[in-house]
Write a protein that binds this ligand. Structure first.
Ligand SMILES: [Zn+2]
Length: 244
């Protein structure tokens, strides 16, 4: 948009979405930009759905991906950098009168840093910013559509979503399942039921960078899941706009 178009939009817009992505390896079959492009296009779909009440800020294209750096092309911010970027995005949006802000990430690795950022923003800037990884809008129904019911990195869920939102990022002839990683057994099988966390790097978990099996991904599955996420995100945003 031009600035006069933004000026016009601001008369009716109530919420700004900040999409946050990553630039990181997604196996041999999905491009590095997958999380950024998916988060951005999902946000734009949501804004169109709720037009003219929602605007979308430019996506943050690099996220927290230190654990993917052993694969060529991956880039990472330091957590403190992402926190600073989000604070500057928020103060810019507030400058133009937007005080209801929703952060949508397409990358799970960003979530703990976004949590810290929104706590700092609440303390220092006085606004509560909800945030979500949009895949979780479908976590209760994923099993109906995705065979394994799992939402894996560059696996069936994510590749299906990309086939729908950003097919140019998918290399269909290279769809694959995950390769065996090199992590010592004691870190991968030690009391999984306790859900203890380890800061493992991705190449230790999977040799080709993918998790799960992307060979069963389809555009139709992606469309179904994305539509469902869209409905639920819209339901949340309607309440968020109404209640605050
Ligand atoms: Zn991803």
């Amino acid at each position: 948009m031009t600035w006069p178009e933004v000026e016009e939009s601001l008369r009716e817009a109530e919420v700004a979405i900040i999409p946050v992505g990553s630039t990181e390896q997604h196996g041999p079959h999905l491009a590095l930009a997958a999380d950024t492009v998916r988060a951005h296009r999902f946000s734009v779909r949501l804004a169109r759905h709720l037009h003219p009440r929602v605007l979308v800020a430019p996506p943050v294209p690099v996220g927290i991906s230190a654990h993917h750096m052993d694969f060529p092309g991956s880039m990472t911010l330091r957590p403190e950098t992402l926190i600073q970027i989000l604070m500057d995005y928020v103060s810019s949006l507030m400058h133009h009168g937007l005080e209801k802000i929703f952060i949508i990430t397409g990358h799970g690795g960003n979530q703990s840093t976004i949590s810290v950022a929104t706590e700092i923003i609440r303390d220092e800037m006085g606004i509560i910013i909800p945030h979500v990884n949009y895949k979780t809008f479908t976590s209760d129904t994923t099993r109906e559509i995705i065979g394994t019911g799992r939402i894996d990195h560059a696996g069936e869920w994510e590749v299906s979503d990309a086939m729908f939102l950003a097919p140019e990022l998918v290399r269909e002839e290279r769809l694959t399942e995950q390769g065996a990683g090199s992590a010592p057994w004691k870190y991968t099988g030690l009391h999984d039921e306790f859900r203890v966390n380890y800061p493992l790097n991705w190449h230790e978990l999977t040799a080709n960078g993918a998790m799960g099996d992307a060979r069963t991904a389809t555009r139709e599955k992606g469309e179904k899941l994305n539509d469902r996420a869209l409905e639920r995100a819209a339901e949340f945003l309607r309440d968020f706009m109404y209640e605050h």
